[in-house]
Design a protein around this ligand. Structure first.
Ligand code: GLC
Length: 639
């Protein structure tokens, strides 16, 4: 039970035709313990042997951009159902590492964006959703696996306060939601491998955060028989927790109680989510796609599309003559690369989505943008030009640039010169540079939008869906706004980093921009709507902050009201930190009162001297608004 062989007909699963999931732990027929069948990944069931038999969801960062806990729950339930219907009982996801480095190749897979509180909050409904389907969720990659450059050997060195206040938060949220498993990561922390790091595993995760489930290694991330340090299951790529563990227990070097503890941590979530009580006869070759899930994938993508700017050109009329340009044809961006990739049964491209939405397909011209002159001519001949551009990334390497792929920038510049009504839609695996924003009429991002990308973006462009996405991470002006040194990222020596020191501490992302009073291209929490919202009546009473939001525009829409707190200067915290958000759907002129009740922890810092939260007392700032830079109401209170 503590060692998972490589997938495929080998090892302890020999002969079992079902032993071909990403991860397999042999059953114990004598004791009636079912086989553990783990599969990738964070945005759907990856099945390279049966492509097209599961839903290619929008990526985790994408769904996070909806800032909607109810949608996260629906997404978790739907994913969990597909894993169960494929015969799996562990989903190797959600991914949740905080986006410290804008160029990290796997930011698209992580639902925290650049903020630990956002991750802490959004991960909980996903975990509950997945586990409601008799499938154990897996919080990954614990911890500080925040770059792909040399992920298998670099030491990520972040101090204890920074770990607890930011990087642990999403995993703590998963633990509070009852997640059954965690995945320890490839990297080291202060030069000790993550999967044998007593401080981060046994002490911080299990003792201080109170995690009760089991810790599995990433594939090949085990470096010793580290059951005492907190590893419970070794997954493929090594053999430290099989025969070698048995030998050490029999020789009395490792007390058997550690084996009992690890097995208990595995069996408990298996019982809790119903693996024992709900037999699962399904096989991996099942086709688990459905119209209901196609529709949910479309709703998730539409709700997570962020309207970055709009001079009024959007929403489009269905009678408009439109030039559709760039990556909108058969090669639409849908997802990032690596172990989390899902091969969709279908992709509704933006061109298809738009062509089926207008009054007559004759209104549409398409040009793939490879010939910029021809694309600009097509734009000039139309009433509106919609340019689809993007960039991508994947597991195993970081992005070389935050800029667009190919000729994206030049294409936009030429089209914008030819057509004042130019709309740009950017697909991106995380932060992206938008140097042309001032020269176009509107900009949207749909991140990694999944298989229903075309229907979803058409829903937003034509106004069937009023955009309500918000940026879960900052869109910078340049490649390195925050002036990270090589020591910070990718670490030293830069050619083959051995260690990366988190000398910025708490001050990265919007926290850095605020502390240095620097304006990003588009700020954390930013996103526009086709309507407007008015904020009023801020009242702070004790730890309760309440205010009203009203739809002051002409169409129904959803607002994500955000609460930021400013600590007394003596606390050494950034100028303001996210401590609450709520998505509210409001009809025209409808208003709603929103109340956040701050937890003691929300007004505390982590004291590394005593390894516990320390409440701060003094005068706190309260900032309520539509983004980290669009503060509508402010006040203060003493605590
Ligand atoms: C990979 C990834 C992890 C994945 C595992 C199994 O290396 O880091 O996210 O779940 O191995 O494919």
């Amino acid at each position: 039970m503590l060692h998972g062989p490589p997938s495929g007909p080998c090892c302890e699963c020999q002969g079992d035709p079902l032993c071909n999931y990403t991860g397999n732990v042999a059953p114990n027929t004598r004791l009636g313990i079912p086989q553990i069948k783990m599969n990738d990944g964070p945005q759907g069931f990856r099945d390279n042997n049966h492509p097209g038999t599961s839903t290619a969801w929008p990526s985790a960062l994408t769904v996070a951009a909806a800032w909607d806990e109810e949608l996260m729950l629906q997404w978790g339930i739907a994913m969990g159902k597909e894993f169960f219907d494929k015969g799996a009982n562990v989903q190797l996801g959600p991914g949740m590492n905080v986006a410290r480095v804008p160029k990290n190749g796997r930011n698209f897979e992580y639902l925290s964006g650049e903020d630990g509180f956002l991750g802490y909050t959004l991960v909980q409904p996903v975990v509950r959703g997945i586990q409601s389907q008799n499938v154990i969720a897996n919080a990954k990659h614990y911890v500080l696996n925040n770059q792909e450059t040399n992920r298998g050997s670099v030491s990520d060195n972040a101090d204890e306060r920074t770990r607890f206040e930011i990087y642990y938060q999403p995993f703590w949220g998963a633990s509070d939601a009852g997640v059954g498993s965690m995945m320890c990561s490839y990297n080291k922390i202060y030069f000790t491998w993550s999967c044998e790091n007593n401080e981060t595993l046994a002490t911080d995760l299990k003792e201080r955060m109170g995690f009760k489930g089991f810790v599995m290694s990433d594939w090949g991330a085990t470096h010793s028989t580290s059951i005492v340090q907190g590893l419970d299951i070794e997954m493929p790529g090594a053999d430290f927790m099989g025969a070698k563990l048995l030998q050490q227990v029999q020789a009395g070097r490792i007390p058997e109680s550690y084996v009992d503890e690890a097995v208990l941590r595995i069996l408990t979530p298996m019982f809790a989510v119903g693996v024992f009580d709900t037999p699962n006869p399904n096989v991996r070759s099942n086709n688990v796609t459905s119209e209901a899930h196609n529709d949910l994938a479309r709703r998730l993508s539409a709700a997570s599309t962020v309207l970055l700017q709009n001079n009024g050109v959007l929403p489009l009329a269905t009678s408009a003559r439109i030039a559709v340009l760039g990556w909108a044809g058969s090669n639409a961006y849908t997802h990032g690369g690596g172990s989390g990739t899902v091969s969709p049964a279908r992709v509704i491209t933006p061109l298809q989505g738009i062509a089926t939405r207008v009054d007559s397909a004759a209104q549409i011209t398409f040009n793939d943008g490879s010939n910029i002159t021809a694309a600009a001519e097509a734009a000039a001949a139309a009433e509106v030009a919609v340019v689809f551009v993007g960039c991508n990334s994947g597991e195993g390497s970081d992005r070389s640039t935050l800029g667009l792929d190919g000729n994206g920038n030049a294409l936009i510049a030429a089209v914008a010169r030819a057509q004042p009504k130019t709309v740009v839609v950017v697909a991106t695996p995380g932060a992206v540079l938008t140097p042309w924003a001032a020269s176009v009429a509107a900009v949207l991002t749909n991140f990694m939008p999944g298989q229903e990308v075309g229907s979803a973006i058409a829903d937003v462009l034509f106004g069937q869906v009023n955009p309500s996405g918000r940026l879960p991470l900052t869109f910078p002006v340049g490649e390195n706004d925050e002036q990270f040194t090589d020591l910070q990222y990718p670490g030293l020596p830069p050619s083959n980093p051995v260690y990366a020191n988190y000398t910025e501490g708490l001050f990265f992302g919007y926290r850095w921009y605020d502390a240095h009073n620097v304006a990003p291209a588009f700020p954390f929490g930013h996103g526009l709507s086709y309507t407007t919202f008015a904020y009023d009546s801020l009242v702070v009473s004790g730890q309760a902050v309440s205010f009203s939001v009203r739809n002051s525009g002409r169409v129904p829409g959803a607002e994500v009201a955000q609460l930021y707190i400013g600590f007394p200067a003596s606390a050494g915290e950034p100028p303001k930190v996210l401590r609450g958000f709520r998505k509210v759907f409001l009809g025209v002129n409808e208003q709603q009162t929103i109340t956040f009740v701050l937890r003691d922890r929300d007004l505390s810092i982590w004291d590394a001297g005593v390894h516990a939260w320390q409440q701060i007392h003094g005068t706190f700032g309260v900032f309520v608004g539509a983004s980290s830079r669009d503060i509508r109401l402010s006040g203060q209170f003493n605590f």
